[in-house]
Design a protein around this ligand. Structure first.
Ligand code: AR6
Length: 184
């Protein structure tokens, strides 16, 4: 894991990390999931392969009980064998379905709200929707970064003190750095 950039926002810190999110040591990691929580490829596939099938089983129970997770919302499960304690599963938009930016902002916000409700201090997010779901990387990373920064600025008495934007792909991680540097 390599920290490419770091910025203080109030009493909180935002870091851009290059690496596999399944290796993160934050208390929770966010999964870029689909509504049925069928964790096949991308980040989701890596999480189940490394964390264990129990994450998939727990996800299936959530969908059985409450139905598919709406786009822009988030739920959580345990994290199996991963270093993190929780996996927060959020559903980003598929590029082309409409209202993508609003939905992506909502997915980021919902994930951070779940982290806050869990009372944890740190969480790592991937570049939700910018892989298999086809959201253009330049725009997607900007929306995600802006929304995280806004959340951290707004929340004064939050348990959440450290947020990582973690990506396995250097180009995408560097886009996060660029947007962070452009942040006022
Ligand atoms: N660690 C960090 N970043 C990663 C990793 C990893 N291990 N693997 C990929 N990325 P994606 P989506 C980056 O496709 O677009 C699954 O099948 C990748 O470069 O995981 O929201 C789900 O079940 C990209 O920038 O998520 C859904 O069906 C970003 O993570 C669907 O894919 C997100 O890529 C969700 O697609």
């Amino acid at each position: 894991m390599e920290v490419l950039a770091e910025r203080k926002i109030g009493d909180k810190v935002l870091k851009v990390v290059l690496g596999d999110i399944t290796n993160e040591s934050t208390e929770a990691i966010v999964n870029a999931a689909n509504s049925l929580l069928r964790h096949g490829g991308g980040v989701a596939g890596a999480i189940v392969r490394k964390g264990g099938y129990e994450i998939q089983k727990e996800s299936d129970k959530i969908v059985e009980k409450f139905g598919p997770v709406p786009v822009g919302k988030a739920v959580y499960t345990g994290a199996g064998k991963l270093k993190a304690k929780y996996v927060i599963h959020t559903v980003g938009p598929v590029w082309g379905e409409g209202n993508e930016e609003e939905k992506l902002r909502s997915a980021v916000r919902s994930s951070l709200e779940v982290a806050e409700k869990l009372g944890i201090k740190s969480v790592a997010l991937p570049a939700i929707s910018t892989g298999i779901f086809g959201y253009p990387k330049e725009e997607g990373t900007k929306v995600i970064l802006e929304e995280v920064a806004k959340f951290l600025k707004e929340r004064k008495n939050s348990s959440l003190k450290e947020v990582h934007l973690t990506n396995i792909d250097r180009k995408t991680a560097e886009l996060f750095v660029k947007h962070l540097n452009n942040l006022i």
